[in-house]
Design a protein around this ligand. Structure first.
Ligand code: UD1
Length: 360
């Protein structure tokens, strides 16, 4: 059997790593194609090194652009790539980024079997580019690896035949379980100058719905500034957010408690997440990771494709309303740490995926 994995952006890499290891353990040929959607060293190369993923066999170098341009570039470049190479038995696509939907489309049109890792997540919000990417990938896939029973239910509800669906768990949490012991030993906090014993919050923000509209971004920034008057917020800034903050003149007047830094590597980020008092984020994966570790999470979105994380108030949806950000954080801090471990969170999702590919 020959498997080809397509990845393009930061959250894909942690989902790929355990699948690569599980394929290697069974001596199954595995080619990795990087679309080049993320190209900065700290959004891409560092993840390959830290997660022990071999260098991709090809980089399609599609780079940044509008959604349609970026998607179209992946379609064209990945199509050319597949035409020149021996045909794989499976093309694996991961998560919900533009590269995911584009690669699934190409493989399906060429009659190559497609498997979608992290299938079935639905926010119900079709204004979100990721939601459209999920729908495309799921409806084109021959085998759908759902993270939870709820995700599998979503797929069945859309008419996808149950024989194509396997509930396997979340390979991103496989990676987290693998990385946690190393992450704890890294001394990240001291390196970033966060005093020992002093609580801090961790923040990530990059969604177009939060950062592209100047008035929305100003509102969020003001609320964060007020929070940072009383406690430290560490903020690794995604490149698109950096541009928006700079252009909006918001970087200059940032309060001292709001500490911006460059995007961090995987282990440093996990280490900071693990020790944070709470995490404020608009990411998808971080909601799962914080729930798994029991770190209170406040999500700056109005909906989530990960409803399991809301259980017991572990994760709170506050949108981008400043009042709700304050209230959500207060409630999260009162609640304290309570890990959420599902039946499939045993670090073996990728092993189940490889077994299913062999059986299919
Ligand atoms: C993408 C994913 C999103 C994921 C996020 C993680 C889609 C639709 N979105 O969003 O689901 O949560 O990755 O980071 O696929 N840029 C750089 N260097 C890079 C890459 C991007 O500076 O290496 C800048 C460019 O200005 C670019 C912007 O960031 O235009 C956005 O990059 P893009 O890949 O389009 O989307 P993300 O916001 O990163």
């Amino acid at each position: 059997m020959r498997v080809l994995s397509v990845v393009g952006a930061r959250p894909n890499f942690a989902k790929l790593a355990p699948v690569h290891r599980a394929l290697a353990a069974r001596r199954i040929g595995h080619e990795i194609v990087h679309t080049g959607q993320h190209y900065d060293a700290n959004l891409s190369d560092s993840f390959f090194a830290e997660l022990e993923i071999p260098r991709p066999g090809a980089n399609l170098e599609v780079g940044s652009g509008s959604h349609h341009e970026q998607t179209a570039k992946v379609v064209a470049a990945f199509g050319r790539h597949l035409e020149r190479r021996p045909r794989p038995d499976w093309v694996l696509v991961y998560g919900d980024v533009n590269s995911t939907a584009a690669a699934a489309l190409v493989a399906a049109k060429m009659g190559i079997r497609v498997a979608h890792v992290e299938a079935g997540l639905r926010s119900g919000d079709r204004t979100m580019p990721e939601e459209l990417n999920r729908i495309v990938a799921d409806h084109l896939a021959d085998l759908l690896f759902a993270t939870t029973p709820g995700a599998a239910r979503n797929l069945r509800g859309e008419g996808i035949p149950p024989r194509r669906i396997r509930v396997v768990g979340n390979t991103m949490l496989d990676t987290l379980a693998w990385a946690l012991p190393r992450a704890r030993r890294r001394g990240t906090r001291a390196r970033l100058g966060l005093p020992k014993g002093r609580p801090y919050l961790l923040l990530t923000l990059h969604r177009p719905s939060n950062v592209d509209d100047p008035a929305t971004l100003r509102g969020i920034w003001k609320a964060l500034g007020e929070i940072a008057a009383g406690r430290t917020i560490l903020f690794p800034v995604h490149p698109r957010t950096f541009v928006r903050l700079r252009d909006g003149g918001l970087l200059e007047g940032a309060p001292a408690g709001l500490r911006c830094c460059d995007p961090l590597g995987y282990h440093d980020f996990v280490s900071l997440m693990h020790r944070a008092e709470a995490v404020l984020t608009d990411s998808g994966g971080i909601q799962d990771e914080t729930a798994y570790m029991g770190v209170p999470c406040v999500t700056l979105r109005w909906n989530t494709e990960r409803p399991e994380t809301l259980r017991g108030g572990r994760n709170r949806l506050v949108g981008n309303d400043p009042r709700r950000i304050h209230d959500g954080l207060r409630a999260a801090l009162r609640r304290g740490r309570r890990p959420l471990r599902g039946r499939f969170d045993d670090g073996r999702a990728a092993v189940r995926i490889v077994r299913a590919l062999l059986d299919a």
